[in-house]
Design a protein around this ligand. Structure first.
Ligand SMILES: [Cu+2]
Length: 330
């Protein structure tokens, strides 16, 4: 009996002293570089005084731009958009507005569990700050937790009672700067004109070591008076290229299938290939696709028109939605 009591005393003291310091809302990756994409994984460590969390609100800090939340089963997403304090350089030109706050609601995260809430975006090259603060509010049945404290004049980060999640900003390295300038000057990257077909916003994603497939995304506009179809995809980095579509199979799982007859581009219309939807599939990758590089893709159409478009390789975490090719059945 005596032993049990002293053990309990020991442990509750330990919890009091060390518990709260590890129980703050935090980011899985607490550092990011300017001019790079960043996936913010916000970790919610506990509920409100023992109660389950049903809503998580995250304020997006100025300088984290082009933000998209990742959907979460069982939770409803609402975003609040607005103007940024300034216009920032982004992939295809200046970006002056975007998502400023995200709310995941209608969920149930018991106090005994932790969970992660994810948003991907881009760390603006222009920001001067050395840290960005993500203010997070958790709502429970009757209580709430507000992680909104930010160190300021004379207030040390360690003295904050409920600190906002902090992201330290490192400078982008020189190689990236070089790439960025080249990218900005070379207007032809990501776009091309093939007969009456305008290719816009083309890009591909970096691949993990050993990946056998890569995906390409772009928009095709047909300014001609006849429908055409994309039937051929060729690159020097893959054994072959295909056009794939995504659809739900009988068991409700999204699967991709090859469009054997090609992808029709209606006369005067356009088709968007994007993550989670129709895409170019580079099958049998001969080399790893590395962020910052470019790959040339030759597109061939039913009309006989063909031409090349240069795809910039974006980071592994680029874009959003159900775009992870590792779970596709190939
Ligand atoms: Cu595919």
């Amino acid at each position: 009996m005596m032993i049990l009591r002293s053990r309990l005393a020991c442990c509750s003291i330990a919890l009091l002293v060390f518990g709260p310091a590890h129980a703050h809302v935090s980011l899985e990756r607490p550092e990011a570089a300017r001019g790079k994409s960043y996936k913010a994984v916000i970790k919610i460590p506990h509920g409100c005084e023992g109660q389950a969390t049903h809503t998580v609100r995250v304020e997006i800090p100025e300088g984290f731009i082009g933000v998209k939340p990742m959907p979460k089963p069982g939770w409803t997403i609402k975003t609040q958009r607005g103007a940024y304090a300034q216009s920032y350089g982004y992939y295809h030109g200046p970006l002056g507005e975007g998502v400023k706050a995200i709310e995941w609601s209608g969920g149930n995260l018991p106090d005994d569990y932790y969970d992660e809430f994810v948003a991907s975006g881009f760390i603006a090259r222009e920001i001067a700050d050395t840290a960005l603060y993500f203010k997070v509010v958790q709502l429970c049945a009757t209580g709430e937790e507000r992680w909104v404290d930010i160190p300021g004049e004379g207030v040390d980060a360690h003295d904050l009672k409920a600190p906002a999640a902090v992201l330290k900003i490192a400078a982008a390295d020189e190689a990236d700067d070089h790439h960025h300038h080249k990218h900005a000057e070379a207007a032809e990257i990501g776009s091309a004109m093939i007969a009456t077909l305008a290719i816009e916003g083309a890009w591909t994603r970096a691949t993990p070591e050993g990946a056998k497939v890569g995906a390409g995304y772009l928009t095709i506009r047909n300014s001609g008076s006849a429908a055409d179809a994309l039937i051929g995809v060729e690159t020097s980095v893959s054994a072959s290229g295909e056009v794939h579509d995504m659809s739900a199979s009988d068991d409700g799982v999204m699967r991709m299938r090859r469009l054997a007859d090609g992808l029709e581009i209606p006369a005067g219309g356009s088709v968007e290939l994007k993550p989670g939807g129709t895409h170019l599939m580079l099958v049998g990758l001969k080399e790893r696709l590395v962020e910052g590089q470019t790959i040339a893709v030759k597109l061939t159409f039913k009309s006989g028109a063909s031409g090349e478009v240069v795809l910039p390789v974006r980071g592994l975490g680029a874009s959003s939605g159900d775009d992870d090719h590792s779970h596709h059945k190939h």
